[in-house]
Design a protein. Sequence first.
Length: 210
Amino acid sequence: MKKLDTTLYFITDSTSVPADRFLPTVEAACKGGATLIQLREKNRSTREYMELAAAAHEVTKRYNIPLIIDDRVDVALAIGAEGVHVGQTDMPVKIARQLMGADKIIGATTKTVPQALEAYEQGADYLGVGAIYPTTTKVVTILTSVDTLKAIVKAVPINVNAIGGLNKDNIDVLKGSGISGICAVSAIMKAADPEKATRELKDAFLNLNK
Ligand code: TZP
Ligand code: MG
Protein backbone atom coordinates (compact mmCIF):
# COMPACT_ATOMS: atom_id res chain seq x y z
CA MET A 1 0.00 0.00 0.00
CA LYS A 2 1.32 3.43 -0.95
CA LYS A 3 1.90 5.68 2.03
CA LEU A 4 0.26 9.00 1.31
CA ASP A 5 -0.17 11.82 3.80
CA THR A 6 -1.86 14.84 2.26
CA THR A 7 -2.55 16.65 5.55
CA LEU A 8 -0.61 19.76 4.55
CA TYR A 9 0.01 19.89 0.83
CA PHE A 10 2.21 22.84 -0.10
CA ILE A 11 2.12 23.90 -3.75
CA THR A 12 4.78 26.21 -5.13
CA ASP A 13 4.58 29.37 -7.20
CA SER A 14 8.10 30.62 -7.74
CA THR A 15 6.81 33.88 -9.21
CA SER A 16 5.63 35.02 -5.80
CA VAL A 17 9.12 35.27 -4.30
CA PRO A 18 12.50 36.61 -5.43
CA ALA A 19 14.48 33.83 -7.16
CA ASP A 20 16.88 33.41 -4.26
CA ARG A 21 13.99 32.84 -1.83
CA PHE A 22 12.45 29.96 -3.75
CA LEU A 23 14.43 26.99 -2.44
CA PRO A 24 14.58 28.43 1.09
CA THR A 25 10.77 28.66 0.99
CA VAL A 26 10.50 25.04 -0.10
CA GLU A 27 12.82 24.09 2.74
CA ALA A 28 10.85 26.19 5.21
CA ALA A 29 7.68 24.33 4.23
CA CYS A 30 9.51 21.04 4.81
CA LYS A 31 10.63 22.20 8.26
CA GLY A 32 7.16 23.51 9.08
CA GLY A 33 5.59 20.12 8.54
CA ALA A 34 4.40 19.95 4.92
CA THR A 35 3.53 16.32 4.20
CA LEU A 36 3.48 16.61 0.42
CA ILE A 37 4.92 19.24 -1.92
CA GLN A 38 3.97 20.07 -5.48
CA LEU A 39 6.10 21.99 -7.92
CA ARG A 40 3.56 24.02 -9.88
CA GLU A 41 5.25 26.27 -12.36
CA LYS A 42 3.45 27.76 -15.34
CA ASN A 43 5.06 29.54 -18.30
CA ARG A 44 8.45 27.94 -17.83
CA SER A 45 10.49 26.35 -20.57
CA THR A 46 10.88 22.60 -20.23
CA ARG A 47 14.54 23.12 -19.34
CA GLU A 48 13.73 25.63 -16.63
CA TYR A 49 10.97 23.45 -15.23
CA MET A 50 13.36 20.49 -15.07
CA GLU A 51 16.09 22.50 -13.39
CA LEU A 52 13.74 23.93 -10.81
CA ALA A 53 12.22 20.49 -10.21
CA ALA A 54 15.61 18.85 -9.73
CA ALA A 55 16.69 21.58 -7.30
CA ALA A 56 13.44 21.37 -5.31
CA HIS A 57 13.75 17.58 -5.26
CA GLU A 58 17.19 17.80 -3.65
CA VAL A 59 15.54 19.72 -0.81
CA THR A 60 12.42 17.56 -0.38
CA LYS A 61 14.45 14.33 -0.47
CA ARG A 62 16.43 15.52 2.55
CA TYR A 63 13.17 15.75 4.49
CA ASN A 64 11.68 12.58 3.03
CA ILE A 65 8.70 14.48 1.63
CA PRO A 66 7.32 13.32 -1.72
CA LEU A 67 7.60 15.83 -4.57
CA ILE A 68 4.80 15.97 -7.11
CA ILE A 69 5.23 17.69 -10.48
CA ASP A 70 2.27 19.61 -11.84
CA ASP A 71 1.10 18.94 -15.41
CA ARG A 72 4.21 17.24 -16.77
CA VAL A 73 4.71 13.48 -16.67
CA ASP A 74 7.93 13.84 -18.68
CA VAL A 75 9.46 16.23 -16.15
CA ALA A 76 8.35 14.02 -13.25
CA LEU A 77 9.97 10.97 -14.84
CA ALA A 78 13.09 12.86 -15.90
CA ILE A 79 13.94 14.01 -12.39
CA GLY A 80 12.68 10.91 -10.58
CA ALA A 81 9.93 12.77 -8.72
CA GLU A 82 7.57 10.80 -6.53
CA GLY A 83 4.52 11.75 -8.55
CA VAL A 84 2.58 13.94 -10.94
CA HIS A 85 -0.58 16.03 -10.72
CA VAL A 86 -2.94 16.35 -13.67
CA GLY A 87 -5.92 18.58 -14.30
CA GLN A 88 -8.92 18.09 -16.54
CA THR A 89 -7.08 19.41 -19.61
CA ASP A 90 -3.80 17.58 -18.94
CA MET A 91 -2.89 14.01 -19.76
CA PRO A 92 -5.65 11.63 -18.57
CA VAL A 93 -4.93 9.88 -15.26
CA LYS A 94 -5.06 6.51 -17.01
CA ILE A 95 -2.21 7.39 -19.39
CA ALA A 96 -0.24 9.13 -16.65
CA ARG A 97 -0.54 5.94 -14.58
CA GLN A 98 0.66 3.80 -17.49
CA LEU A 99 3.69 6.04 -17.99
CA MET A 100 4.53 6.59 -14.33
CA GLY A 101 4.02 3.03 -13.10
CA ALA A 102 2.08 1.64 -10.17
CA ASP A 103 4.34 2.94 -7.41
CA LYS A 104 4.27 6.65 -8.23
CA ILE A 105 1.74 9.08 -6.78
CA ILE A 106 -0.85 10.46 -9.18
CA GLY A 107 -3.13 13.31 -8.23
CA ALA A 108 -5.95 14.90 -10.17
CA THR A 109 -7.95 18.10 -10.03
CA THR A 110 -11.67 17.42 -10.00
CA LYS A 111 -14.64 19.71 -9.48
CA THR A 112 -17.56 17.29 -9.74
CA VAL A 113 -18.49 13.81 -8.54
CA PRO A 114 -18.34 12.32 -12.09
CA GLN A 115 -14.84 13.77 -12.60
CA ALA A 116 -13.78 12.42 -9.22
CA LEU A 117 -15.11 8.93 -9.97
CA GLU A 118 -13.37 8.92 -13.34
CA ALA A 119 -10.02 9.98 -11.85
CA TYR A 120 -10.32 7.37 -9.10
CA GLU A 121 -11.25 4.61 -11.54
CA GLN A 122 -8.31 5.53 -13.76
CA GLY A 123 -5.87 5.18 -10.90
CA ALA A 124 -5.56 8.50 -9.07
CA ASP A 125 -4.18 8.33 -5.52
CA TYR A 126 -5.61 11.65 -4.37
CA LEU A 127 -7.84 14.46 -5.59
CA GLY A 128 -7.57 18.21 -5.28
CA VAL A 129 -10.98 19.90 -5.15
CA GLY A 130 -11.64 23.62 -5.45
CA ALA A 131 -11.36 26.47 -5.56
CA ILE A 132 -13.21 26.74 -2.28
CA TYR A 133 -12.49 30.48 -1.97
CA PRO A 134 -11.46 33.10 -4.54
CA THR A 135 -7.74 33.02 -5.26
CA THR A 136 -5.26 35.10 -7.17
CA THR A 137 -3.04 32.08 -7.86
CA LYS A 138 -5.24 30.59 -10.58
CA VAL A 139 -7.98 31.89 -12.84
CA VAL A 140 -11.10 30.38 -11.34
CA THR A 141 -14.51 31.19 -12.81
CA ILE A 142 -16.75 29.12 -10.55
CA LEU A 143 -16.04 28.28 -6.94
CA THR A 144 -16.61 24.76 -5.64
CA SER A 145 -19.10 24.47 -2.80
CA VAL A 146 -18.34 22.63 0.40
CA ASP A 147 -21.38 20.44 -0.39
CA THR A 148 -19.72 19.31 -3.63
CA LEU A 149 -16.48 18.71 -1.73
CA LYS A 150 -18.36 16.53 0.76
CA ALA A 151 -20.10 14.61 -2.03
CA ILE A 152 -16.72 13.89 -3.63
CA VAL A 153 -15.28 12.70 -0.31
CA LYS A 154 -18.23 10.29 -0.01
CA ALA A 155 -17.92 9.09 -3.61
CA VAL A 156 -14.28 7.98 -3.64
CA PRO A 157 -12.11 5.99 -1.21
CA ILE A 158 -8.93 8.03 -1.86
CA ASN A 159 -7.54 11.16 -0.22
CA VAL A 160 -9.44 14.31 -1.08
CA ASN A 161 -7.87 17.71 -0.41
CA ALA A 162 -9.51 21.11 -0.51
CA ILE A 163 -7.76 23.92 -2.35
CA GLY A 164 -8.22 27.57 -3.18
CA GLY A 165 -7.75 30.65 -1.03
CA LEU A 166 -7.29 28.61 2.12
CA ASN A 167 -5.55 30.05 5.17
CA LYS A 168 -5.46 29.32 8.87
CA ASP A 169 -8.34 31.72 9.57
CA ASN A 170 -10.88 30.53 7.01
CA ILE A 171 -10.83 26.73 7.04
CA ASP A 172 -13.59 26.28 9.64
CA VAL A 173 -16.05 25.71 6.78
CA LEU A 174 -14.20 22.47 6.05
CA LYS A 175 -14.96 21.01 9.49
CA GLY A 176 -16.73 17.69 9.17
CA SER A 177 -16.18 17.53 5.41
CA GLY A 178 -14.09 14.38 5.71
CA ILE A 179 -11.20 15.73 3.66
CA SER A 180 -7.71 14.29 4.15
CA GLY A 181 -5.96 17.62 4.05
CA ILE A 182 -5.62 21.07 2.60
CA CYS A 183 -3.55 22.50 -0.24
CA ALA A 184 -2.04 25.95 -0.05
CA VAL A 185 0.05 28.16 -2.28
CA SER A 186 -0.11 31.83 -1.18
CA ALA A 187 -0.68 31.21 2.52
CA ILE A 188 2.83 29.77 2.59
CA MET A 189 4.63 31.23 -0.44
CA LYS A 190 3.72 34.79 0.46
CA ALA A 191 4.16 34.47 4.22
CA ALA A 192 6.92 36.47 5.90
CA ASP A 193 7.79 33.30 7.82
CA PRO A 194 6.81 30.34 5.61
CA GLU A 195 7.92 27.75 8.16
CA LYS A 196 5.64 29.24 10.81
CA ALA A 197 2.84 29.66 8.27
CA THR A 198 3.09 25.99 7.32
CA ARG A 199 3.02 24.89 10.94
CA GLU A 200 0.08 27.14 11.79
CA LEU A 201 -1.95 26.01 8.79
CA LYS A 202 -1.30 22.37 9.55
CA ASP A 203 -2.20 22.84 13.22
CA ALA A 204 -5.38 24.71 12.25
CA PHE A 205 -6.41 21.79 10.04
CA LEU A 206 -5.54 19.18 12.66
CA ASN A 207 -7.47 21.15 15.28
CA LEU A 208 -10.56 21.15 13.04
CA ASN A 209 -10.63 17.39 13.24
CA LYS A 210 -10.13 17.04 16.96
N1 TZP B 1 -6.49 24.96 -8.10
C1 TZP B 1 -7.63 25.44 -7.61
S1 TZP B 1 -7.38 26.86 -6.72
C2 TZP B 1 -5.70 26.79 -6.99
C3 TZP B 1 -5.39 25.69 -7.76
C4 TZP B 1 -4.05 25.31 -8.21
C5 TZP B 1 -4.74 27.81 -6.47
C6 TZP B 1 -4.64 27.79 -4.97
O1 TZP B 1 -3.74 28.77 -4.56
P1 TZP B 1 -3.92 29.61 -3.22
O2 TZP B 1 -2.85 30.66 -3.33
O3 TZP B 1 -3.68 28.68 -2.07
O4 TZP B 1 -5.28 30.19 -3.23
MG1 MG C 1 -2.57 21.11 -14.88
